[in-house]
Design a protein around this ligand. Sequence first.
Ligand code: ADP
Length: 461
Amino acid sequence: MKLSFQNRIALHYMIATAVIMAIIFGVVFFVVQETMYQNLDNSLNFEASKHSGEIKIIGDAIQFINKAEWEEVEHKEIQMNPIFIQIIDINGSVMDKSPNLKRDVLPFKDINEYGTHFNTNLKDQAIRQIQKPIESNGVTKGYMLAAITLEPSLMVLFKLRNTLIISYLTMLCGLYFVSRYLAGRSIIPVKNITQTTNRITKNNLNERVELPVYKDELYDLSSGINQLLQRIENAIERERQFTSDASHELRTPLASLRGTLEVLIRKPRDVNEYENKIKYSLSEIDRMTKTTEQLLLLARLDSTNTILNNTLISLPTLINEILVRYDKDILSKNLKVELQVETEEKTLVPKYHANLILDNIINNAIKYSTQNKSILIQLMSIDKSILCKIKDEGIGIKNEDIPNVFNHFFRSEALEHKHISGNGLGLSIALKSAEAIKAIINIESKPNKGTTFTINFLSKS
Ligand code: ADP
């Protein structure tokens, strides 16, 4: 059966209350019934004890002493709830009985089986009866039976039972509707959330779920959904910006390529001019190829954090491999590059990501250094992490540009250093790679003094 959330709450609430109320009503009924029987048994005990002192035992016969007085009282008074008394011998034969029993006889039941108190019938009437042994010199001579009609007590119990059952059923019905109404009211915010989230598409991502008045779990849920929507909106906005920046970045070299070729085709030129324009065109094509490769790399880093076959490598080995790659640039600028390893520990890091981080940062240190300057690379360990500092004496970054250097396509003062090639994607790739291996990159920089990048790697040793 498919129940709505609202009905499910109401049903569960009702079942729990039904069980609790059934136990409470059962206990009430049982206590009233037991108290009633106890009262009757006390009266019967009193009467039986009283009459046990008013008997005479002659041989095997047992009889009441004052039967005549008793009969007289019986004639004068009408008793509402008469108590019947009867004496029987050990064989169960009636020896004597109270006048109110007339021709009737109280049934004797085996004490071992029924105990001293039990319910039975006298003709059609329900009665409560007790049986007490009559002893003489320690020998049981017979039994004193005392009984009283149960009809009024049973009537009270019957009425109590019916009242309890009717109020139980009425209460459950009422409870079901009340709890259904309350459950319905308390899930209104959930319905609001569903309606709003169903309405939201890519085109109205700025809509938000209405926050409930009280700061409860539903408030947390609504504000959690709003924060999620905000993150999605930001991500989509970033994506939009990225696509437009990327197409701009590719359109510019394409336009300049087209312009160069159009100029070339207009009229015949000398060989030198052809050579220069073709060289320029090839360099633009290289730039576009590099940008496309870096965009693909960024997309790959975005789509998965786990690179298969991400082997470990020691940092000094990796740094030396990178320096070899840029040997030509180092020599042409006559840079002094020094690697200081100030740690005894093994400096193993995931090769794929560490290479992307260090390659871009070392490449920048070389690119943005002027002639004859030094670059210092230091490796040291702090607690369980390895710090790699890359310090150059290059052109530096303006203080207000430092927070932006990791943004896609951001180039600080690009016009000032047009001769330095770049597209503003290198540090974005470094940051994405660092996030993938939980490394942290920090920058300190002063214009015309130099820049220091500090990368905090978690050691895999
Ligand atoms: P680019 O391809 O332009 O070098 P990056 O993403 O690697 O792109 O760097 C972004 C910008 O940060 C660079 O354009 C440059 O302005 C600045 N930058 C990065 N590293 C350095 C550095 N070592 N010295 C000076 N400026 C730097």
